[in-house]
Design a protein around this ligand. Structure first.
Ligand code: ADP
Ligand code: ZN
Length: 607
């Protein structure tokens, strides 16, 4: 499907044309008009014309004579000469003395030419181009004057290269859900006959980059209908009322083109909860939202306009938007699971040259938690890496390295670590890995590296789950906290001092411990009481406490106790395996990057 974007070019072309016209006016028209008005002749011609009595009007000025021929068809001028009998001769020639021969074009005419004509030209040309653009885009365009407040809705012109459901990997539930819409758009009568109402609006909710936009386009592609797409933020304008008028305009266009799909991305930009009774609210946004609600109420469910909207902040939407008759159907578009990740990788890998023997399931497992957009990025990064290395195809190693780039940033080539620091980092990372390996229910270690990254990480231990993981039990969570404290624990066990290198570990361990107490109900004292609410499910997942100050203090104490216990456990594990710790750290120090297999081999080898 080809998207006709709001063209930037016509404006430039428009200005160029106007400029050229003005130039033309100056260079050609002005001299031409002057020439037509006044023709300069030499004195001899004037004299012979006088003799032939071919003079109409005449005006003798201080330094020139302006005159016309007998029929007043042409104005001439000539320089004034010392000519004594001139006046007399002119009389006899029947000339009429007049001081108003040269109108220099009448003032009205020059006003028309210099002020009115350009304006007419500008407007006419502007309108013409505006109209042409409208025809091309299937709608008015706000770029030209006269188009203010019109929507910028882009129309995806129907063509064979449309996006289809097959282009969207994974997300089977979402596709199934949307298939009904496609079916309806193919044959609305089937639904009308039985009296079934299609939902007017469908809300696609999910984290960023999971393919919501793609799915909306695919619905249009599958059902062969026009696709209007606009982002919520595009409605919010500087002037109050403009957004509302854009909404009006968008729906007007959509109704003309029905059946069609209207897609509003980031609907939270206009659909946020209206805060009642508060001063300083955003009037413009509220008006826009009200207009949207009015439009949605205004049309019948069966008129063939289906509105899809996407958001990653569903909890912030105004309830008026999500009530029945508006966006009453909600389609979750979640992060892909293992199988989904593998499929998405394969879809995007079709665009690059692959070396034989690439195992996507391994890559997919390593990229746990990645969104579709991130996976697309990983494949592209891998291709770029292959080009940098001068290879013709993308290898498994490229893909694995690019995951690390996406997770941790690029390798810092000129490492500035001192030997001592490198040694500490090696122990720290082995500390994580060893604690993980010595506990049950820990994801296997995939890779350990102490090459610094641009993200600031000095090294990291990559653990990869074997399969999908939907539930975690209490022991697993505790073990995870222990693993996170393992780095610091190794520093303590080996060097007896601690460094700043554990800041990220500390943050994660604390978050986990808190969540166990406040959200997962994993403590005896609080039982199954929610002490925290998640504010934003899809973006970062920040939380706010929902309990008394007294309880907060208790939670804090329990969090500390929980982390402390796991930290002690980690220290114990490392002390018990001190020889292995030394051996592995030394090995990592020398090699800088080791695989999980190498790690396990050394770990399992007899002392
Ligand atoms: P969203 O609208 O949810 O933020 P997009 O639809 O804009 O995400 O997806 C961004 C890009 O990520 C797409 O252009 C596509 O390349 C890739 N992508 C995301 N999800 C998928 C998927 N399920 N299958 C294939 N590609 C995907
Ligand atoms: Zn660490």
């Amino acid at each position: 499907m080809k998207e006709v974007k709001t063209p930037k070019k016509p404006l430039a072309i428009y200005y160029t044309i106007v400029l050229l016209l003005i130039l033309l006016l100056n260079v050609v028209l002005v001299p031409w008009m002057n020439e037509r008005q006044i023709k300069e002749v030499d004195y001899g011609t004037f004299m012979s014309m006088t003799e032939e009595k071919n003079i109409g009007k005449v005006d003798i000025e201080s330094n020139q004579i302006i005159f016309t021929d007998k029929d007043n068809t042409q104005v001439y001028k000539t320089g004034l000469m010392d000519d004594s009998g001139l006046t007399e001769r002119l009389y006899t020639a029947g000339a009429e003395f007049s001081s108003e021969i040269v109108e220099q074009g009448s003032p009205v005419l020059s006003f028309l030419i210099w002020f009115v004509l350009p304006i007419i030209l500008f407007t006419a040309l502007g309108n013409y181009m505006n109209k042409k653009l409208m025809d091309k885009m299937g709608g008015p365009n706000s770029m030209m004057f006269g188009g203010m407040g019109k929507s910028n809705a882009k129309v995806y012109v129907q063509s064979t290269e449309g996006i289809h459901f097959s282009d969207v990997a994974g997300e089977d539930e979402a596709k199934e859900n949307l298939q009904e819409i496609v079916d309806y758009l193919h044959d609305p009568s089937k639904y009308k006959d039985i009296g079934a109402q299609m939902p007017k609006g469908i809300l696609l909710v999910g984290p960023p980059g999971t393919g919501k936009t793609m799915l909306a386009k695919a619905v249009a592609g599958e059902s062969n209908v026009p696709f209007f797409s606009m982002s919520g933020s595009e409605f919010v304008e500087m002037f109050v009322g403009m957004g509302a008028s854009k909404v009006r305009d968008l729906f007007k266009q959509a109704k003309e083109k029905a059946p069609c799909i209207v897609f509003i991305d980031e609907i939270d930009a206009i659909g946020q909860k209206r805060n009642s009774g508060q001063y300083g609210g955003n009037d413009e946004r509220e008006q826009t939202l009200n207009q949207l609600l009015t439009e949605m109420d205004g049309f019948e469910g069966n008129n063939g306009v289906i509105i899809l909207a996407a958001t990653n902040r569903p909890e912030s939407l105004d309830p008026a938007l999500t009530r029945p008759g508006r966006f009453d159907r909600r389609v979750p578009v979640e992060l892909p699971d293992l199988k989904g990740r593998e499929e998405i990788l394969k879809v995007h890998a079709k665009k690059v040259a692959l070396a034989p023997g690439v195992d996507f399931s391994v890559v997919a497992r390593m990229a746990s938690g990645a969104s579709g957009a991130e996976l697309a990025n990983i494949v592209n990064e891998a291709a770029l890496r292959a080009v940098r290395a001068g290879r013709k195809s993308v290898t498994q190693a490229d893909l694995e390295e690019s995951i690390e780039v996406v997770i941790a940033g690029y390798q810092k080539k000129n490492s500035i670590l001192t030997d001592k620091e490198k040694c500490i980092v090696a122990y720290h990372e082995i500390g994580h890995a060893l604690v993980a390996a010595k506990q049950t229910h820990s994801a296997p270690v995939q890779k350990i590296t102490i090459i610094p990254r641009t993200s600031g990480a000095l090294g990291y231990t990559m653990q990869v789950e074997e399969g999908n993981h939907y539930l975690m039990d209490k022991t697993e969570l505790e073990n995870k906290i222990a693993t996170l404290t393992g780095g610091r624990a190794a520093e303590e066990v080996v060097f007896g001092s601690i460094t700043t290198g554990a800041s990220n570990d500390i943050e994660q361990a604390t978050k986990l411990a808190r969540a166990m107490l406040t959200r997962y109900g994993m403590s005896d004292d609080f039982d199954m009481v929610a002490l925290e609410t998640v504010n934003n499910q899809y973006l970062g997942g920040d939380t706010s406490l929902a309990c008394s100050a007294q309880t907060q203090r208790e939670i804090d104490q329990k969090v500390v106790a929980l982390v402390k216990a796991q930290h002690q456990k980690a220290i114990q594990i490392l002390t018990d395996n001190r020889e292995k710790l030394d051996e592995l750290a030394k090995y990592l120090y020398q090699k800088e990057t080791i695989t999980g297999d190498e790690f396990m081999e050394i770990l399992d080898s007899p002392q």
